[in-house]
Design a protein around this ligand. Structure first.
Ligand SMILES: Cc1cc2nc3c(=O)[nH]c(=O)nc-3n(C[C@H](O)[C@H](O)[C@H](O)COP(=O)(O)OP(=O)(O)OC[C@H]3O[C@@H](n4cnc5c(N)ncnc54)[C@H](O)[C@@H]3O)c2cc1C
Length: 479
């Protein structure tokens, strides 16, 4: 390997397209009719299509994707397929013990579902079920594990074995990273190569009769019955619409105060299988920390280390900006993080770096709802950087709601629209940037063993600030 650093191109997508570009899905031309039209060809849209096709094979399903399936977050993420057992305490706090148990169990089943789908459809996405190691990298983070561990003990049953405390020495032994302190093992998690999964799902959807049009951005959504989706050279008339556009949904008037695009960047080393073996990181485990500006990592099948960091650029006024895809300054910061976590990698080259946008929501959990008062248009957004497995769950909910199924999932706590609303612009972006900088300073200080300043601690507390739903303009509220 002699290649130098390439910033921008996504290694995952390059690998997936080189392995199999799949059948062509040309842009839509003319008018088509659909029972369900899905907007967005990421995991959420593809899961919705696959679940619909499985449960009601006669449904006329059309999927419109602005670029190519997997182009968005789904083809460029860290490959962490994790459940919600590490946030069990906040699930309980928000929704009560019964809903928390239900949602956590389904989030774990979503990982099983990915594995099942890969088996059923012959998708090889390098899936390895070594769990996820989440470690503190400063003393202040250590307290964050108490809540989920206590909640798991309280709930009992499967929960107890899903999130297990680990000592710092054990974490360091299993990964070779000297910066790790105590943490937890999420035992049900899986590492994947996400673009291989997204492109495999695309092929599976095509085999099941889903009509996919790529290079087809929806320019206008007429909120009528049937709904009309206008594209550059065509239109779809659809009985129902599912909006699955991830961070791009922040531009929709009904959702612009419910989610904010936030950047996340990944760097990948050259293949270093021998060095990785030397680190002792051989169990296929995902590895991350407990910061709000989270670090996340995995070892790829060919022995590279992929290392990412969330909490990047804010999408002012809901816009995804060039800085979300490629930002040399962020790449330098993430690379410095990689070298700090693994000083053993001095001299190892970083060959790829890219970014993407996350659909950050106040509750840090995805939500499903109808667009304003338009019962025939539903959305599933707000994954907040944890959507690889949860998108399988949300896709299932969206598909079943489109079919009119009433069950514990379609009526669950996730199906009540946005959990809160952010302030209007310019306050939203100014606030987000100010709070994010304060969090960065506070977490850096804590990692150095210092105390965060009072001002930064106070600003960090505003991270979860939302406006009461009652203060929203009438038209935006759900019925
Ligand atoms: C760098 C990065 C790292 C991440 N790491 C992880 C991780 O390790 N684990 C985890 O669980 N989650 C992670 N996430 C989040 C996760 O990838 C997503 O939550 C998940 O893939 C679900 O995506 P989605 O289908 O909702 O959206 P996307 O995958 O973004 O799909 C939305 C699609 O909609 C299309 N689109 C947008 N506008 C239009 C329009 N007008 N018309 C037609 N199509 C349109 C886009 O082109 C895009 O393909 C990460 C995200 C990023 C960006």
């Amino acid at each position: 390997m002699t290649d130098t650093l390439r910033i921008g191109p996504v290694l995952w997508l390059e690998q997936a397209l080189a392995r199999d570009a799949g059948a062509a899905c040309p842009p839509l031309a003319g008018t088509v009719h659909a029972d369900v039209c899905i907007v967005g060809g990421g995991f959420t849209g593809l899961w919705t299509a696959l679940e619909l096709a499985r449960e009601a094979p006669d449904t006329r399903i059309v999927l419109l994707e602005a670029e190519g399936c997997g182009f968005g977050a789904s083809g460029r993420n860290g490959g962490w397929a994790t459940s919600w057992y590490d946030e069990l305490d906040s699930l309980v706090a928000h929704f009560g013990a019964q809903q928390a148990a239900l949602l956590a169990a389904h989030s774990s089943r979503a990982i099983d579902r990915i594995e099942e789908l890969c088996g059923e459809e012959g998708i090889d996405c390098d899936l390895r079920r070594g769990g996820a190691l989440i470690a503190a990298t400063g003393q202040a983070q250590e307290a964050s594990f108490e809540g989920p561990l206590a909640a798991a003990r309280e709930l009992g049953g499967d929960a107890v074995g899903r999130v297990v405390a680990l000592a710092g020495a054990e974490l360091r032994r299993r990964t070779g990273s000297p910066v790790l302190r105590r943490g937890v093992h999420l035992t049900d998690a899986a590492a994947i190569q996400p673009a291989l999964l997204a492109r495999g799902m695309r092929e599976a959807a095509l085999r099941r009769g889903v009509r996919i049009f790529e290079g087809t951005p929806v320019l206008e959504l007429e909120r009528t019955k049937p709904a009309v989706l206008v594209t550059r050279a065509g239109r779809v008339e659809a009985e129902r619409v599912v909006v699955a556009t991830g961070a791009w949904a922040a531009r929709m008037r009904e959702l612009r105060r419910a989610i904010v695009p936030v950047g996340s960047h990944i760097v990948v080393t050259e293949p270093i299988p021998e060095l990785v073996r030397g680190l002792g990181w051989t169990g296929g485990e995902l590895l991350g920390d407990a910061r709000l500006l989270v670090h996340y990592a995995q070892v790829t099948r060919d022995g590279r280390i992929a290392f990412g960091r969330g909490g990047g650029a804010i999408g002012t006024a809901g816009r995804i900006r060039p800085v979300h895809w490629v930002d040399a300054t962020t790449v330098a910061t993430v690379t410095a993080g990689l070298r700090r976590w693994f000083p053993q990698l001095a001299g190892v080259r970083v060959t790829h770096a890219w970014g993407g946008a996350v659909d950050r929501a106040p509750g840090h959990l995805p939500f499903v709802g109808t667009l304003g008062d338009h019962e025939n248009v539903e959305y599933g957004v707000g994954f907040s950087g944890n959507g690889v497995a949860p998108s399988a769950l949300i896709g299932r909910i969206l598909a079943r709601r489109a079919l009119g199924v009433v069950d514990e999932l379609t009526t669950s706590a996730l199906v009540s629209g946005p959990p809160g609303y952010l302030p209007p612009e310019p306050l939203r972006s100014l606030g987000a940037v100010t709070i994010q900088r304060a969090v960065a300073r506070a977490e850096a200080a804590e990692e150095r063993g210092q105390q965060a300043s009072r001002a930064d601690t106070a600003l960090r507390g505003l991270l979860w600030f939302t406006m009461p739903r009652a203060l929203e303009p009438r038209a935006w509220r759900r019925r």
